[in-house]
Design a protein around this ligand. Structure first.
Ligand SMILES: *Cc1c(COP(=O)(O)O)cnc(C)c1O
Length: 372
């Protein structure tokens, strides 16, 4: 698919939305900008009606397939503001590729990688004033793909909409970079082999709400999921992949179909290897985790994801027993990774792996015309 032409309809002054006045309290997922990107697909025209327009309610048929049968996939990435004022994207091609594999799993049409990048860049550039300068904050980017044909009956859609919304965000967890407490679900499971676990799709999250509520009621922030068959092997956390630092080895469960292949997970593995650490992708049982925490051999546990980058885990609760990890303090490796990745994402570290793209020198209109 060649580059598309994105038509930009700018918001009038009276359509501008209020910007946050205090970035320290913006939280996550509450603020959105003045415009959104959208493009539509049907069998006759392919992707068409490609535009950026002022924020408005979406118009969607009440019978749209996505609303009834869950054909929806999404992505999450960020644009970062560096100390130099530059605007940076981090490994966006990984998100474009993952959107495509999620879409394929759900039998959906999808935009190609170049078109994805063009759309993300032109929207972020148009909203450049919304990219926060505060180093704790960033502009969250939510690409979304839905089946829109009005039809009741179970079959893949023939019509799709791909849209992108963006908004400034602060810390994902109210705890900030302080360790979170996690509850291990030994009944509800997140994903089964052959299921949807690998896809970033709404169903996985709708399905997790029940266990999430149990965790909350017991005073925990997130759920740690175990495998669906033996309820024994650690998989991942609600919205994060999980890492263990055990006897100086960095361990994370392998991607075997039930775990979301996180971009941050991939980055952490590559960085730890470059730092000379032993990284092992292997199955790890909850018994091994609990025993090595109790014996003091478990040095650190942390989650990884775009929203929080690194989220130290200070305590785990399993079958009514709570164990504290590393004195409930942020671990050394987690802190080092957080600092390094956060600086890398803002153009403040040498980009040896070619993961970072500075985009603020580009012009929104030019990118929209496909002339980047
Ligand atoms: C998005 C997500 C992650 C993290 O992926 P990143 O690409 O690192 O943001 C991990 N697990 C689940 C279930 C997710 O939805």
């Amino acid at each position: 698919m060649p580059r598309q032409r994105i038509v930009i309809h700018r918001a009038r002054a009276d359509q501008a939305r209020a910007k946050p006045t205090d970035y320290s309290t913006i939280g996550f997922g509450r603020w959105f900008t003045d415009h959104f990107f959208a493009t539509e697909f049907d069998r006759e025209n392919g992707w068409h009606l490609t535009r950026i327009e002022p924020w408005r309610l979406l118009q969607i048929d009440a019978a749209a397939i996505c609303l009834h049968y869950g054909q929806e996939v999404f992505e999450g990435l960020k644009a970062y503001r560096g100390k130099d004022g530059g605007i940076y994207l981090f490994r966006w091609r990984k998100n474009a590729a993952r959107l495509r594999s999620s879409a394929k799993r759900l039998m959906m049409e999808c935009v190609d990688e170049e078109f994805f990048g063009q759309a993300v860049k032109s929207l972020v550039l148009l909203e450049r004033d919304w990219v926060p300068a505060d180093p704790e904050c960033s502009l969250y980017i939510r690409p979304t793909l839905i089946a829109t044909d009005p039809f009741l009956g179970v079959r893949p859609g023939d019509e799709y909409a791909f849209y992108i919304i963006v908004g400034p965000v602060g810390a994902y967890y109210p705890e900030g970079f302080n360790p979170i407490s996690i509850w291990v679900s030994d009944e509800d499971v997140r994903a089964v082999r052959g299921g949807l676990g690998e896809a970033k799709t709404a169903a996985n999250y709708a399905h997790s709400l029940c266990a999430q509520q149990k965790a909350r009621q017991l005073g925990y922030t997130q759920v740690l999921w175990l495998d669906a068959i033996e309820h024994r092997w650690v998989e991942e956390v609600g919205t994060m992949n999980i890492f263990f630092r055990l006897r100086d080895e960095v361990i994370t469960p392998p991607l075997a179909g039930t775990i979301l292949p996180g971009v941050t997970r991939d980055s952490v593995i590559a960085i730890c290897k470059r730092w000379g650490l032993t990284v092992t992708e292997r199955m790890i049982s909850i018994d091994e985790v609990m025993e090595t925490i109790a014996s003091g051999e478990m040095q650190e546990v942390f989650g990884t994801g775009t929203a929080a980058v690194i989220s130290p885990v200070g305590a785990l609760s399993y079958k009514g027993e709570e164990v504290a990890i590393g004195g409930r303090r942020t671990g050394e490796l987690g802190a080092r990774l957080y600092g390094y990745i956060a600086r890398l994402q803002r153009g403040e570290e040498p980009d040896e792996l070619g993961w970072v793209e500075r985009i603020d020198e580009l012009d929104a209109e030019q990118v929209a015309r496909g002339e980047e």
